[in-house]
Design a protein around this ligand. Structure first.
Ligand SMILES: NC(=O)C1=CN([C@@H]2O[C@H](COP(=O)(O)OP(=O)(O)OC[C@H]3O[C@@H](n4cnc5c(N)ncnc54)[C@H](OP(=O)(O)O)[C@@H]3O)[C@@H](O)[C@H]2O)C=CC1
Ligand SMILES: N[C@@H](C[C@H]1CC(C(=O)O)=NO1)C(=O)O
Length: 329
């Protein structure tokens, strides 16, 4: 059986993790990595895989079935997404939540014109958490849903800090307010503002001579990322970042408290929890599962942009429909 031929666009944490995720799926193969940097400086871990410039992708539409877009959501995806949606089936982890509707619209236009399937905002939030919030609220229409992240490193927020002028590297921890989680777990159904649920702590390495006060201000006031949170900014050296903030762990919770019954009320709790050693590795594996869905849907003649909640779960599985039915028994 022909393997699904994949390209990776952008070779950062997520792009490198997608390369690893593909290796865990026998029905997939990596054809190439595409980067804005000098391809000769990029070392992949997969034998025989070539690294190309972004411009070379245009000549490879017949060699790649699905492109996985791994750029930063704040600055890369708004440009790379629509460009690649006009050429390939794509899957991405776009996660600027407030801008997903407008991103969907432009991706949908280009994907329809190109007769491609472009699955946007995959990953875990948005992504697996979105799916679990939908299931929970469809099953328990009367109730309250809560989402908590961390303590862990948000790749989107860390990427956003790295885009600030004068920043050399950065990692951002999202820290849930334990009192809020405990109140939710006690079934108190608290009304919580964004600020009452999470804090954010940033560790930033700056270029020599950079204006730290200006950088701190830009981070703390950044719309869609930090403006609505209590945010701490610490300036440290590259050595301290590597030594004290190694790795990219993360995780989180979706909790739904719901009620049923009429004369006798029954209370129910649905909880979906992630505990991630590697945020990029897990996110990459979600995107790779949706690669299978994008490929299959397009083979069925489907085109346009989709979000993860538009897609039946069976499309993600490498198992046949018959095997999946057996797994229900
Ligand atoms: N939906 C979800 O649940 C999740 C979504 N995400 C999204 O994934 C996005 C990407 O995250 P992540 O991979 O951590 O971001 P990175 O900063 O590691 O990579 C982003 C881009 O920066 C470039 N880059 C990476 N490293 C270097 C370097 N050393 N020098 C120069 N350029 C570099 C790469 O482009 P190039 O190769 O072209 O230079 C890469 O595509 C995030 O912005 C986030 O929005 C992440 C996790 C979860
Ligand atoms: N998109 C997030 C994934 C989760 C984590 C998160 C946060 O810590 O704010 N929000 O959503 C990421 O980039 O890591």
């Amino acid at each position: 059986m022909n393997k699904i031929r994949i390209g990776i666009v952008g070779y950062g944490n997520l792009g490198q993790s997608v390369e690893l995720g593909i290796r865990q799926n026998e029905d997939m193969e990596l054809v190439g990595v595409f980067t804005r940097r000098d391809p000769s400086t990029i070392k992949t871990v997969t034998k025989g895989v070539n690294v190309f410039t972004m411009d070379e992708a245009k000549q490879m539409t017949d060699q790649i079935d699905v492109m996985v877009l791994c750029g930063g959501s704040m600055s890369d995806m708004p440009v790379q997404g629509p460009e690649f949606a006009g050429l390939f089936n794509t899957v991405d982890g776009y996660d600027t939540h407030a801008k997903i509707p407008e991103y969907f619209a432009v991706m949908n236009k280009n994907a329809l014109e190109a007769k491609k399937v472009c699955i946007i905002a995959s990953g875990w939030d948005p992504g697996m958490f979105s799916i679990n919030r939908l299931y929970a609220e469809a099953i328990l229409p009367e109730g309250n849903t809560y989402t908590f992240w961390g303590k862990g490193i948000s790749q989107g927020h860390s990427d956003a800090i790295r885009r600030v002028k004068g920043v050399k590297d950065a990692k951002q921890y999202t820290i849930p307010k334990e009192s809020a989680i405990e109140a939710v777990r006690r079934g108190e159904m608290p009304e919580l503002t964004t600020r009452e649920k999470h804090g954010r702590e940033c560790f930033v390495v700056v270029e020599e001579g950079a204006d730290k006060a200006q950088i701190e201000h830009e981070i703390k006031t950044m719309p869609n990322y930090f403006a609505d949170y209590d945010t701490e900014v610490h300036f440290i050296t590259e050595e301290e970042l590597e030594k004290n903030h190694h790795g990219l762990p993360h995780g989180g919770l979706v909790i739904r408290h719901g009620r049923t019954g009429l004369n006798e009320e029954h209370n129910h709790v649905i909880e979906y929890r992630l505990d991630l050693d590697s945020n990029p590795n897990f996110t990459a594996n979600v995107l790779v599962a949706f690669v299978r869905a994008a490929y299959r849907l397009n083979q069925e003649g489907v085109s346009g942009a989709k979000t993860v909640i538009d897609i039946a779960p069976a499309y993600l599985s490498s198992k046949s429909a018959e095997e999946l039915r057996k797994s229900l028994i």
